[in-house]
Design a protein around this ligand. Structure first.
Ligand code: M6R
Length: 341
């Protein structure tokens, strides 16, 4: 059932070109389109990895389509309900996460239109929400969310694309090819560094900040190496105190408005002796020269780099966990869906 792969997690990582493509291609039905087009404000509720995809959406929707977006953790929302206007979207792979369901019910009680983005047809969120946008990731067995994460991004990027009148049609319809390319990268050196470390930082800016948080979550949940995801500019407000020659920093530094400030952050971290593993655009020799390990991402649109960087971080966590002989598919103390509040 693992299709020749040693773990479900690796199989599911490799299924991402297809699950991203299928989810993007499935499109959005008319009633859901109307709901999205009418929203003048969007609130997303989610937990864990799904919370991170929601945060990526916030960066994209606010900067590309000028829609105000709020993102709430299900578990916090329930006790401190913010003033709510507009569309409320629950993002949940399983559709059974208790905190996300509780938040969704509260939004309904306040008469907000509600949408579920989930991988599980017929799950509780689909029964509570007014409408559903289904991801096409197929069953995900590994406890760590991988293909469901990129399928959520496929669904959320479709929403951004819809609000931007199809401006990213071409970009999104080719994204699976770039996802396929990064599956072949050699990460041995980076894995060797992370598997020896007690702490690893993941940093990025803009949408790459939640991508970094997700990279850190993957690393800690399956390898048990302590990892933190930070907005790159925040490191000097405290965490710099932890940087040593034994604390690798994984920095996402792709072309765009934050490239220069990211490279200067990287230099500051290097000056504190931290070994730097950088994910950057293929051919960026300037960046490759200032870092310890350079991992090239295909030269694509930045929306696609959000996806390819995420997949590289999944592989980094996976191979680190294998090196440390962890139980990759069933990490200790965790369950696939968290059905208690
Ligand atoms: O099923 P959900 O998307 O609602 O699950 C939320 C989290 O429990 C989940 O994303 C969790 O963080 C991941 N399994 C971590 O890899």
């Amino acid at each position: 059932r693992k299709g020749g792969f040693p773990h479900y997690m690796l199989k599911e990582i490799y299924e991402q070109p297809q699950s991203f493509y299928e989810t993007s291609r499935a499109g959005i039905d008319e009633a859901v389109r109307r709901m999205i087009l009418e929203a003048d404000e969007i609130t997303l509720v989610a937990c864990g990895t799904s919370y991170h995809t929601a945060l990526v959406f916030k960066y994209l929707a606010e900067s590309l389509c000028n829609i105000p977006v709020r993102v709430e953790m299900g578990s916090e929302f329930k006790y401190f309900i913010p003033p709510l206007h507009g569309l409320v979207i629950a993002v949940s792979q399983s559709g059974e996460t208790a905190d996300t369901i509780a938040a969704l019910k509260m939004a309904k009680a306040r008469n907000c239109p509600t949408l579920a983005i989930t991988n599980m047809q017929g799950s509780t969120v689909t029964r509570v929400a007014d409408k559903t946008l289904l991801m096409r990731a197929g069953p995900e067995i590994g406890v760590a969310a991988t293909k469901s994460y990129t399928a959520q991004l496929a669904a959320l990027m479709q929403i951004v694309n819809l609000r931007c009148e199809g401006a990213f049609d071409d970009v999104l319809s080719h994204a699976h090819l770039a996802i396929g390319e990064v599956l072949l990268l050699d990460l041995k050196e980076a894995v060797a560094l992370c598997s020896k470390a007690e702490h690893v930082f993941f940093v990025g800016r803009g949408p790459f900040y939640p991508v970094s948080m997700e990279g850190a979550l993957k690393m800690k949940e399956i390898s048990y190496v302590h990892a933190e995801g930070y907005a790159a500019g925040e490191l000097k407000h405290g965490p710099f105190a932890l940087l040593t020659a034994e604390t690798p920093v994984v920095a996402i530094c792709t072309p765009g408005p934050t490239y220069d400030v990211m490279t200067s952050n990287i230099k500051e971290m290097k000056a504190r002796k931290a070994p730097i593993i950088a994910l950057g655009a293929a051919g960026d020799t300037e960046l490759a020269e200032i870092v310890d390990i350079f991992i090239p991402l295909p030269n694509t649109h930045f929306l696609v780099q959000v996806l390819t960087a995420s997949v590289v971080l999944q592989l980094l966590a996976y191979h680190t966990a294998c090196t440390l002989q962890r139980d990759v598919d069933k990490p200790r103390n965790l369950a696939k869906s968290v059905t208690v509040e």
